[in-house]
Design a binder for this molecule. Sequence first.
Ligand SMILES: Nc1ncnc2c1ncn2[C@@H]1O[C@H](COP(=O)(O)OP(=O)(O)OP(=O)(O)O)[C@@H](O)[C@H]1O
Ligand SMILES: [Mg+2]
Length: 262
Amino acid sequence: MEKRMTAFFEKFLTKDSLFLDKKVLQANYTPNKILHREQEIEQIAHVLAPALRMEKSSNLFIYGKTGTGKTVCVKYITNNILEVASKNRIPLRIVYINCKLKRVADTEYRLIAQLATEFGKAIPATGLPTDEVYKIFFSALDSKEQVIILILDEIDQLAKKAGDAILYNLTRINEELKKAQLSIIGISNDLVFVDNLDPRVKSSLSEEEILFPPYNALQIQDILYERAKRAFKKDALGEGVIEKCAAYAAREHGDARRALEL
Ligand SMILES: Nc1ncnc2c1ncn2[C@@H]1O[C@H](COP(=O)(O)OP(=O)(O)OP(=O)(O)O)[C@@H](O)[C@H]1O
Ligand SMILES: [Mg+2]
């Protein structure tokens, strides 16, 4: 048995792999080219750009079905704006929180504690009154002149788990701040999420709104081709495979993630 297994592993090692770079197919891989989202990217960039002049950018709500590129586009844009900010010594901070993650955003206390930590103030995991946690967070934030863009990805999960009071408090935060300014980007695949919010929260979170429509089959094909070019060796993919995956994913609901999984 042992010999057979060694032989198996040895053979596996020397066998030609179909892949150039398998990482490229994983869900957390950031593509270096984003296709078919030029308009959405430009719109978001316009909303955020004032932050570079130390002006508070509008809050923004981005919504669209799953796999339509919301997260990947926002990360791409914020990486770019950060690069320009740091080159020009502009005190711009981007904080990205995935509200779906356990232990980060399941309660108001946890999220504010997490945010305080991001700004250098450690808060015990439990025990303080929520008001106190807010106070510590505010003072950490306001310790210097800076513009902050807070990205709350899967924001519907936050509201569901922690209630919408936290969103109310965060959208009102600038009234309390003297040196710092904070804008929020909320991202959700729940298309009716904002409609069910307290109207005051809704109007401040959705100062700007951008919808990510589903991809059609041809767009998904382009995305898959681009990715396959980097992931597979030439000729490793049979003819028609990409077309089939694209057609299937488009029929489901224009989900690029699903297409990549296939
Ligand atoms: N236009 C695109 N070009 C290249 N890759 C893309 C594009 N759109 C989506 N993808 C890829 O498809 C996958 C899903 O995209 P993303 O995570 O941005 O979707 P999402 O809209 O945030 O979905 P969810 O609502 O489920 O969070 C990722 O692997 C992403 O890299
Ligand atoms: Mg996402």
